[in-house]
Ligand binder design. Structure first.
Ligand code: AMP
Length: 210
């Protein structure tokens, strides 16, 4: 199964992609996570994209193509994968046509919920666990798993969030319409709890796989 999870920031793409990945036994591929790893590692690519990401802008389609080409050629992708955060532009959607996507899960949430969730999103500096509106750390500012410090992503700060939502409406919404026309779009109400969204996704995906 080749699945795409699409939605604005704060819709729960990463969380749901991880849950689905372990249920289906196929890898979760997040272009955002890959780019953040590059930045953390101080690589040439990381340095190139750092400022763009911090401001909430998109990185170039060429960079995304290259990242995906490398990632899906790995053996763990032979039975499929879950893309999180891609496609975000029509060019990227065209590129994915060559790969053949089976289903697109659209986590739909209104802008006000997106902004509210993102402003309360914090991540562990060490293990990457995300805390937010419905998963709060036991000790404020510390990770429950490794006690490392929690931080707010630069692109989760108000100006960048505004920019990212603008980009979502302008660049990504037309792609959602395209997948709807193709008959492969599954729309899920992303404002429900994590468990309810996961259940809804599972039901829909199982329906599709017969
Ligand atoms: P995410 O973690 O998916 O919200 O991605 C974080 C940031 O990485 C985005 O705001 C973009 O700057 C960049 N990024 C991730 N995926 C893509 C993509 N498919 N196309 C362009 N930029 C991307």
């Amino acid at each position: 199964m080749k699945i795409v999870i699409i939605g604005p920031q704060g819709s729960g793409k990463g969380t749901q992609a991880k849950i689905l990945s372990s249920k289906l036994g196929i890898p979760h591929i997040s272009t955002g996570d890959i780019l953040r790893e590059e930045i953390k590692g101080g690589t040439e690519l990381g340095n190139k994209v750092k400022t763009l990401i911090e401001k909430g802008e998109l990185v170039s389609d060429e960079i995304i193509f290259e990242i995906l080409r490398k990632r899906i050629s790995k053996p763990d992708c032979k039975n499929g994968f879950i893309f999180d955060g891609v496609p975000r532009t029509m060019e990227q959607a065209k590129m994915l046509e060559g790969i053949g996507i089976d289903k697109v899960i659209y986590l739909d949430i209104p802008d006000d919920i997106s902004v509210k969730r993102i402003s309360s999103r914090y991540q562990c500096k060490n293990c990457g666990t995300i805390y937010g509106h419905d998963v709060r750390p036991k000790v404020i500012g510390r990770c429950d798993h490794c006690n490392a410090e929690l931080y707010q992503r630069d692109d989760d700060k108000p100006e960048a969030v505004k920019k990212r939502l603008e980009i979502f409406h302008k660049e990504t919404e037309p792609i959602i319409r395209l997948y709807k026309q193709k008959g492969i779009l599954i729309r899920i109400d992303g404002s429900q709890t994590i468990q309810d969204v996961a259940r809804a996704i599972e039901q829909e995906v199982m329906k599709c796989s017969g």
